[in-house]
Design a protein around this ligand. Structure first.
Ligand code: C2E
Ligand code: CA
Ligand code: CA
Length: 664
């Protein structure tokens, strides 16, 4: 029936309709009341008169799904002048009465109502009545299509969701491939299931679709029974979960997991297209300082700011990821990947180095970048990441704010370092590390007043080794804690032995920054002192300027705890670091050691050594000059009032047995 030819109600039709023996009535959907009914219908409804039937408020015992369906019918009537035949269970005066009802829209009283015509009462068995009811009430859209894909029947839920009543089976899908997959499944085994994006009245949705081949009960022709479940919300939740699993929440960049799915296919594609690929490892320098001194919220802010700067420099097909902490990874492909990586790396260093405003302060951070390039067709993402990481560490070693390419020599060096590390571990267990003692001499009297313990390694194959061949690896591996403790124990024991020989000497022992930040340090020192029988006021610990720069409460607490035991603190290699004079006053220090480079330069530039000596006098700190090799240097120091010196002029570090010969 063409659209627009909906029935319209004129009272004049009455006589004719009354005359028809079939129950007929008009239901007013808006008011949930019967608007008009013929005599046969009054009997069906168990009403004495039309007026009485019109009084009944049908909404009172109407289920939600029925109310929804009625609204749906109203729309269907209006949109496409639909007509339906369904089996209904009415409850006139509470008693169920099953009828087959044909109904369609009718205009009455200016609104769209429902014109219902009861056909022969159904005499079907209860099971099929119930299944028909279930089909009507279920929220699952169910559609029966003929073999040409035209809808033969839609249950109310299917009618509610279909975008267009004339839509064919194939047109339901956004992607034809989904329809094809279902068709093939049905052709092969009679049924199929598929997640697919489909058109609906609510827009594009994800449905899980189940199809089964069947026959149309009316025509006996082949048909398809289709049921659908809307899983769009599930899909969204799933997409969100997978986003979270693959991305860093703070910056929105892919994380370590995301790299696999994002980077690998991209790199493989680039290599197939004859381009080269490069990975860059970017690590902010001293980011920990920002976190420690300004707090994590500011640290996060910095990372977000840095991510924005980084992202702006990337070309559309270059990708960045955050590996965690202050480590970023950039991937690129280019005909000359090394050239592009170098240029990009320089831009990144420059951009990241620009001051950023954090909590009212302008902060500058630099970065170190390691690059690995894949030129041939074999791609190993793990290996490239490892190589870029190694190169990044080499860039840090070379003084930070730097970029470095991976070379095989770097890897060889790392392997050599690993071998050295396990050799050191073994050496520490075997007691191969011994303290050498370099005299500390009173400048005025020329008397030996103390000794600095310097670590030596009696290596079974390589002979006596100096710290420059093992200290760095000890610091990198954490073995320095063990080494430091061994040297401290030897030095304090030696101090007690000297005292027993009647020699009152100070010993000084070097502390590496990682020892200093170890919260167990004061307790460790106390235990070693107690064990050795050395008096605390005969021990001086040498720290470097860098450990004072953290200038946090922890630094102060550690220094105070050591001072409280009676241990002295010296600042070693003074003048080579930041030489921030303010902290000298703030912290409880006892001496300052002028770095030997300033003593070596006394002839050309005496001003720095002079300044340090003057400053120490003002602050009440003892000055110790290191690396004194000539009588001329000593004379200069004596003139300036420097209290102590160390250096080859007196003696290099000696084994304990040699040392006290010097005192005789
Ligand atoms: P440092 O603490 O500055 O030690 C002084 C270094 O200068 C020693 O080198 C010493 O042999 C050398 N030296 C002394 N007098 C002269 C001189 O007149 N001229 C010249 N050119 N050099 C002189 P060494 O023993 O090789 O130690 C190097 C560094 O290793 C030390 O520098 C110290 O920072 C570190 N170190 C040594 N032992 C330990 C230790 O037990 N623990 C820690 N954490 N570091 C240590
Ligand atoms: Ca020292
Ligand atoms: Ca020194």
């Amino acid at each position: 029936m063409p659209i627009g030819s909906m029935l319209s109600w004129q009272g004049g039709d009455l006589a004719l309709l009354e005359a028809l023996g079939l129950p007929l009535w008009i239901f007013d959907i808006d008011h949930k009341r019967v608007f008009w009914a013929n005599q046969a219908a009054l009997r069906v409804w168990g009403a004495r008169s039309l007026a009485e039937l019109q009084q009944r408020d049908m909404s009172l015992d109407m289920s939600v799904s029925v109310a929804q369906r009625l609204g749906q019918y109203q729309q269907d009537f209006e949109r496409e002048n639909a007509s339906f035949v369904e089996s209904w269970t009415l409850y006139p005066n509470g008693r169920p009465c099953v009828l087959k009802v044909a109904f369609r829209g009718i205009r009455a009283d200016g609104r769209v109502m429902m014109f219902c015509e009861a056909q022969n009462p159904l005499s079907a068995d209860p099971a099929s009545l119930r299944s028909a009811e279930a089909l009507m009430h279920t929220s699952v859209p169910i559609t029966l299509y003929d073999s040409a894909g035209m809808a033969l029947y839609r249950n109310p839920s299917a009618r509610a969701q279909v975008a267009d009543a004339g839509e064919r089976w194939r047109q339901h899908f956004l992607h034809d491939g989904d329809w094809q997959a279902l068709q093939q499944g049905v052709a092969a085994v009679g049924e199929a299931r598929q997640l697919a994006r489909v058109h609906t009245r609510r827009g594009e949705r994800w449905h899980e679709i189940a199809v089964r081949a069947c026959r149309d009960a009316v025509s006996g022709q082949d048909a398809l029974l289709v049921s659908e479940v809307d899983i769009t919300d599930l899909k969204h939740a799933e997409a969100r979960a997978s986003f979270l699993a693959n991305h860093d929440v703070l910056t929105g960049l892919p994380n370590r997991n995301g790299i696999r799915s994002d980077f690998l296919p991209y790199l493989q594609q680039a290599l197939r297209n004859g381009r080269q690929a490069a990975l860059m490892f970017i690590d902010l320098d001293r980011f920990k300082n920002v976190n420690d001194s300004l707090g994590h919220a500011r640290g996060d802010e910095l990372l977000v700011g840095m991510t924005a700067r980084l992202s702006r420099l990337l070309r559309h097909d270059e990708k960045a990821a955050r590996l965690g902490g202050d480590e970023f990874l950039v991937m690129l492909a280019a005909p000359d990947a090394a050239g592009r990586a170098e240029a990009l790396g320089r831009d990144i260093l420059q951009a990241l180095g620009m001051p950023i405003r954090l909590g009212g302060m302008d902060i500058s951070v630099s970065a170190s970048i390691g690059i690995s390039v894949c030129r041939d067709g074999t791609l190993d993402l793990e290996q490239m990441m490892r190589h870029a990481d190694l190169a990044m560490y080499a860039a840090k070693d070379a003084g930070r704010n730097n970029l470095m390419f991976f070379t095989p020599a770097l890897e060889a060096r790392t392997q050599a370092q690993l071998a050295l590390e396990s050799d050191i571990r073994r050496g520490l267990e075997q007691g191969e590390f011994v303290a050498g003692f370099q005299p500390r001499v009173d400048v005025a009297s020329g008397k030996v007043v103390g000794a600095e313990a310097l670590a030596r390694w009696n290596h079974p194959q390589r002979g006596l080794l100096k710290p420059d061949s093992f200290i760095q690896v000890c610091e990198d591996s954490g073995l320095i804690l063990q080494l430091g403790r061994q040297i401290l124990a030897q030095a304090t024991r030696q101090q007690r032995l000297w005292r027993e020989m009647g020699l009152d000497l100070m010993v000084s022992v070097n502390l590496s920054p990682c020892q200093f930040v170890d919260p167990a340090l004061p307790a460790m020192v106390a235990a070693v002192l107690a064990d050795s029988g050395c008096q605390a006021d005969r021990l001086e610990l040498e720290i470097t300027e860098s450990v004072l720069l953290g200038h946090d409460d922890q630094t102060m607490r550690t220094l105070q705890a050591l001072r409280a035991q009676g241990v002295s603190i010296a600042v070693d290699d003074f003048g080579t670091g930041y030489s921030n004079l303010a902290y000298l006053q703030r912290y409880p220090l006892s001496s300052l050691k002028i770095d030997r480079s300033f003593i070596a330069d006394l002839d050309s530039t005496p001003a720095i050594a002079e300044l340090i000596i003057t400053m120490c006098r003002m602050l009440g700190l003892k000055v110790v000059a290191e690396g004194v090799e000539t009588p001329k240097q000593l004379a200069w120091l004596r003139q300036r009032g420097c209290q102590e010196y160390q250096g080859y002029l007196c003696s290099p570090a000696l084994a304990a047995g040699e040392f006290h010969k010097l005192l005789l």
